[in-house]
Design a protein around this ligand. Sequence first.
Ligand code: NAD
Length: 494
Amino acid sequence: MSEFPPIGPYTPEKRMLIDGKLVNSSTGAEFDNINPATEEVLGQVADGSKEDMNRAIGAARNAFDNTDWSTNHKFRKHCLDQLQVALESEKEQLRAELVDEVGTPVMLTYSAQLEWPLEDAFRWPANYIGSFEWERSLPDDMKLGSVSKRKVRKEALGVIGAVVPWNFPFEVTANKIGPILATGNTVVLKPAPDTPWNATRLGRLIGEQTDIPAGVFNVVTSSDHLVGEELTLDPRVDMMSFTGSTRTGMRIMEKGAATLKRVFLELGGKSAMIVCDDADFALALPSVAGSCSHAGQGCVLQTRILLPRSRYAEGVAILTAVMQNIPYGDPRNPGNLMGPQISQLQRTRVLEYIEKGKAEGANLVVGGGRPASQPKGWFVEPTLFIDVDNSMTIAQEEIFGPVLCVIPYDDDEDAIRIANDSKYGLGVGVWSASLDRGMNIANRIRSGSASVNGGNWYGADAPYGGYKTSGIGRQNGIEGFNQHLETKLMGWTE
Ligand code: NAD
């Protein structure tokens, strides 16, 4: 399809890494990896079975219980440094592979899809191993009549099941696996069936180019979500680290309750962008193009645009022009901001939401369907609804497509009320000529992250996660590091 080389070539890995060995499925089955931009089969990958998952969990349990991985801090740092070198040596292969299997515009591989996480997702937690306070003393205690010495000790949790979605697969994987391994846990990684190769590549690199012991890191690919569910059900797994839909996150909590699984959940969002009446519209409003990047398939993208009634017509005119000019199409074209939806199913979901928006009375002004220019691939046009009421389905539910809703508001209090009137709480953007005003509004939004006047908060040192049904726990930073640890309290007499 592409007249935009030169990315690639790359050699994909079909096999899973289980207990230090690259293996095919125990059943011999494979499934297709499909390019969402062309609908063509790129190749195959092992279709792991429940038996494969069972072996991977056993290997992770054994590596945790019977090696010094969890306590040998220096060795882990050494291994993570090796992994960094290995990943960097295949960066260009990873880039091409991600563009093909994810349908991400190559532009985004220079930021969140690849280069940002490659820069620090492994490096930051690896470096933090050395400065982290693994033990700390508490004051002596006399309650039992003699002196008790006391301390708090941090220990790895155990075996972690890491389940990853298809939208930013390498980014999510790296930001899970970095802290999981740095803290001394062992892991079974289960990528989304839509985007398996970046995960099997990671498995091969770990197996072949690092000293990470057999069983510490395992990857199981499968076309069947229920193979991944074994991680939630198995008593040998201590924690589930999940990124994906709120619906699946709730199911993991429910099914995990029987074994009291620890959970880290990074789920959906429906973030608002509040544009204050004093904001520079020419600066603020073009940034909505970012909410269509990767065809809107990002959990923290700001998809509810709140405009003041006093400048509504002016704002709508700019937004309409921005949305009409979003470059999209072939993901290999470096000028494109948007590629396809990940699958036919996902495109159908997005188109159904657009129909619901129309049926509920929102005013469609840009896009709304499949682009005539893209006969192949699961594309949806950049789509803009105006005059949206926040109670409408398109304003309440996560669409995960390039669909923006413009909602008018009366004053700052009204904007805050609307932004908070959501079951989600992942992010918010605020634009104002007054930084104080912008920060005050951001402080009152119930969300795990906030950007004022386009500021960036992202990084491996930054604890990212959601309020409300957007999640539990934090990925990255000191909070994320701690999340993978148990706390042991010790008292002793000398
Ligand atoms: P999903 O939650 O069903 O899938 C995400 C991952 O979970 C995949 O690896 C999948 O195989 C796995 N999974 C599914 N069911 C499981 C189970 N019972 N136990 C263990 N693992 C399981 O998401 P989806 O169906 O691919 O996408 C649906 C919606 O999810 C999207 O429309 C979007 O709203 C949302 N989503 C959010 C994010 C995010 O980053 N927050 C990412 C992807 C999708």
